[in-house]
Design a protein around this ligand. Structure first.
Ligand code: PMP
Length: 356
């Protein structure tokens, strides 16, 4: 029977596919929250040295990366797990904690992978609407936890709205979640978050054996194309994550680039400061043009455009700028190099509608 098809899991039908930010044929790509800078000093050399060993498998335990991270973050090496981007670690989290029929609680709108990994696990998504100011409604998220909840995902700064939680409100929330429920703190954009009450998962996790922090080298470190991220958690969770990993899933080249990047922390700080300065400029200019723009603690800004989402996206595309539409809610715009931001501001300034 040449046309016969294998039986696949029925739950797959309901799982949305991940749609990446598209690339403009020419012009500015402000749709995937990538860093606009070239690799930090020393990273290309480290990558080419590592590439000479490509006939060998990478270090399964990623000892060098984990040791460098442990030094930088002041956490034990055994509390760190690495993965092929924090996307892979998010899947591992589901693999270690969630069975079919369980529930996963997260805010919505947030990172589009959450419904995907929840659906792939055969679990039920409990989506808690954001507050009007685009922040997580933490009390409502705590209320949504039931006997079937196995994981709660908190994204700060939140993708795509950019809003960050204060560490005091997160502490109150953590105190309300049963210690048997795994809390996932997605800090993909944490390097761009500034301010005295900022959340620092690498500190907070110490008092919470049920907390796992996910971070990535894809954003501030500018290594999105190499696929490497890491998790910080107490030993039982970190060990389970390592067990659930695809063997040798993180390449030697990615590991070498991460280690070299961590050595250039001084430069990273300067880059982040440049992105933050541009973010402030973009936000303030958009506001002076009459737009409503929530404060962002990440490398992007959010315009809640509702039924104008696709129209504004198309307006930008016509002038060579790719932004990321999230129908039917709004548009996320990555902070790029100053010339890209200038082009975006010109496009926004000539658009007739304002989201007041
Ligand atoms: N978490 C959030 C909130 C993100 O926005 C992203 C990337 N878009 C990721 C995780 C995954 O990033 P990566 O797999 O590149 O580490």
């Amino acid at each position: 029977m040449p046309n016969a098809r294998p039986i696949l899991r029925a739950t797959l039908d309901a799982v949305p596919a991940y749609v990446p930010g598209s690339t403009a044929p020419a012009g500015w790509k402000l749709s995937s929250n990538e860093l606009a800078h070239p690799p930090l000093d020393g990273v290309l050399d480290a990558v080419s040295t590592a590439a000479t060993q490509m006939n060998r498998y990478p270090d399964l335990a990623a000892v060098e990366v984990r040791s460098s991270l442990a030094d930088r973050l002041d956490v034990p090496v055994r509390h760190i797990a690495v993965g092929a981007g924090s996307s892979e670690l998010l899947q591992q989290v589901m693999r270690i904690a969630v069975d079919p029929g369980d529930e996963v609680v997260y805010a919505w709108r947030s990172f589009e992978s959450y419904p995907i990994v929840t659906g792939l696990a055969g679990a039920r998504a409990v989506e808690v609407p954001l507050n009007e100011d685009e922040s997580h409604d933490l009390p409502a998220m705590a209320d949504a936890v039931s006997d079937r909840t196995r994981a709660v995902v908190v994204c700060t700064p939140n993708n795509p709205t950019g809003r960050a939680l204060r560490s005091s409100e997160l502490s109150d929330f953590l105190a309300r979640i049963p210690s048997t429920v795994l809390i996932v703190l997605d800090e993909a954009y944490t390097e761009f978050a500034t301010g005295p009450d900022r959340v620092d998962g690498a500190r907070i996790y110490r008092d919470h054996p049920n907390l796992v922090v996910l971070r990535t080298f894809s954003k501030a470190y500018g290594l999105a194309g190499l696929r490497i991220g890491y998790a910080i958690a107490h030993e039982s969770v970190a060990e389970a994550l390592r067990k659930a990993a695809v063997p040798f899933g993180v390449s030697s080249v990615a590991q070498a680039a991460a280690v070299a990047s961590l050595e250039r922390h001084d430069r990273l700080i300067r880059r982040v400061a440049a992105v933050v300065a541009e973010r402030t400029r973009v936000r303030d200019t958009l506001r002076s043009q009459g737009w409503t723009v929530p404060d962002s603690a990440a490398n992007f800004v959010w315009l809640r455009l509702t039924d104008r989402t696709s129209d504004f996206t198309e307006h930008c595309r016509r002038v060579g700028i790719t932004v990321r539409p999230y129908e039917p809610d709004g548009v996320r715009i990555t902070i790029g190099e100053p010339a890209a931001n200038d082009a975006l501001l010109r496009a926004a300034g000539t658009y007739s509608y304002r989201n007041r």
